[in-house]
Design a protein around this ligand. Structure first.
Ligand code: HAM
Length: 480
């Protein structure tokens, strides 16, 4: 029989099918960039750029719930808030994230500013934080330095479900210490942000060893893949020459059988790296954090050493529709240890570990949760609705509202609406137990009406006694 390419092909490895991308759904709220009809007077109506999106008031409660939870955990675990600029020198990211990664090769927003400096919109926050640690000599502070931040990240990627060109992250970093407990503390914080919000997740974890171990492994991996080059997707062919570790990150179906039988990095780790990783897993067991060992997890950034991890919505819990919104295989958070980055950026040695959490992806899961179980994510709760009637009452309103604020009572109100009917409708939709009504007569008498929305009973009280009267009613409503 002739030794053709065809009969040399192992049965398991099938050539990649060209995937259609044209009909992939765009992220919710993302600009379609279809030409809109002209606006008033024939003027152009602008849309957000493709892959960028607006956060609208209707979504505020999800964002607020996430920020509230992240802030609470940051404070409990003693991470101090920092802010670094969104613009940095482009070479900072090229050196940190690494040539050969998708982020650096394809996705950075790079341009020259007016002074001719080559700058980039940050494609991730870690490099900026380490730059700041070095610039301000933070190795002189007690170690480790534990910081967190949140804000926009920019990657000129192909927009699709769960993938934006401007998206938001929470980012937590512990710099200046190497200890498995530090790695696990970070995983615990990320895991707890989801858990506290009712999202079940699972951690996928791997160790990619130190630089020497990885170099030996990469040589072996390259060798293995080289023999199968013909069956790889174009991206993998590219990775094979540019960044072989990223071969393990390929999601193309045709490459999966090759990936499954690839050499595993764990077999190339030395005793000390293995022991370190075992300690991390032991701590996770101690905390009962569910994890999955994933030998193909290598992350899309080059600065990692040893522990790497990603957090996914638990497959068991995931609602299929929610999964398709976040992108079934999309990580909600990801991070790992990066012990060499500070030195690579010219600083003193400062082993570090951190994670980034994609806020939009978490919001998508929260929305799916709220749809499944309404009330899971409570919005702002108001104690009373404040209704005013007539010019005089409106004038008094802001003063009374301000006094209520100081007394800790949370009133809803709408000073723009004049009719009592419209205001009561709003009060009804907000489901407040009481409405305060201030009309012309009440202004003159220095009184105010408290209306019980359930029974419809109204009571007139002295304005001076308003605070005490409402507080008593609110306390009486509490379950005994
Ligand atoms: P990353 O895995 O590139 O890591 O991003 C972290 C998270 O950001 C992802 O898990 C995902 O939830 C979200 N994310 C990433 N790309 C997009 C996108 N295009 N649209 C929406 N969400 C997205 C980092 O950025 C590292 N700096 C994490 C880290 C911190 N490692 C150590 N310290």
């Amino acid at each position: 029989m002739k030794n053709t390419k065809q009969n040399k092909k192992p049965a398991k490895f099938v050539k990649r099918e060209i995937k259609k991308e044209a009909n992939e759904p765009l992220p919710e709220g993302a600009a379609l960039n279809k030409s809109l009809p002209a606006g008033k007077g024939g003027k152009k109506i602008y849309q957000a750029l493709r892959g960028m999106h607006d956060v609208l008031p209707k979504d505020e409660k999800y964002w607020a719930a996430l920020y509230h939870t992240a802030e609470k955990l940051a404070s409990y675990y003693q991470f101090a808030r920092v802010e670094t600029p969104i613009l940095e020198e482009a070479s900072l990211f090229i050196r940190s994230v690494g040539k050969g990664t998708d982020i650096v090769d394809k996705e950075m927003y790079i341009f020259e500013d007016r002074d001719g400096t080559r700058v980039a919109l940050r494609p991730e926050p870690t490099a900026g934080i380490v730059r700041s640690y070095i610039q301000h000599g933070l190795w002189n502070a007690p170690q480790p330095v534990k910081v967190w931040t949140s804000g926009p990240i920019f990657r000129h990627d192909r927009p699709q479900a769960g993938r934006y060109r401007q998206f938001y992250q929470f980012d937590f970093e512990t710099i200046g210490a190497k200890d498995p407990a530090m790695d696990v503390e970070l995983i615990l914080v990320a895991y707890s942000i989801f858990k506290d919000l009712g999202i079940s997740t699972e951690v996928r974890i791997n160790s990619i060893g130190d630089r020497e171990e990885r170099a030996r492994y990469v040589a072996e991996l390259t060798n293995y893949y080289r023999g199968k080059r013909a069956y790889l997707c174009d991206d993998c062919k590219n990775r094979l020459s540019k960044n072989p570790l990223r071969l393990l990150d390929c999601k193309v179906e045709g490459c999966q059988p090759i990936k499954e039988t690839a050499p595993q990095i764990i077999d190339w780790l030395g005793e000390s790296s293995k022991n370190y990783f075992m300690k991390v897993l032991e701590y996770l067991d101690e905390l009962s954090i569910p994890y999955l060992l994933d030998h193909t997890l290598v992350r899309g950034l080059d600065y990692y050493t040893h522990t790497v991890f990603e957090i996914y919505e638990s497959a068991r819990e995931a609602d299929p529709s929610a999964a398709s919104l976040t992108g079934a295989q999309s990580a909600l958070a990801g991070g790992g240890r990066y012990d060499l980055l500070a030195e690579e950026l010219g600083g003193q040695s400062a082993p570090a570990v951190g994670f980034g959490l994609g806020i939009e992806r978490a919001v998508t899961v929260l929305k799916a949760l709220e749809e499944k179980k309404p009330g899971s994510i409570p919005g702002v709760v108001y104690d009373v609705f404040f209704a005013q009637l007539g010019e005089e009452a409106k004038r008094r309103s802001l003063k009374i509202l301000n006094e209520l604020r100081f007394s800790g009572i949370r009133p809803a109100f709408n000073l723009f609406r004049g009719s009592l009917k419209a205001q009561l409708e709003t009060a009804n939709s907000l489901k407040v137990p009481y409405v305060l009504i201030l009309g012309q007569k009440e202004v003159q008498d220095k009184t105010i009406i408290i209306r019980d929305m359930e029974s419809g009973v109204q009571e007139i009280v002295d304005q001076k006694k308003l605070e005490a009267a409402i507080k008593k009613k609110l306390i009486d409503r509490l379950p005994k």
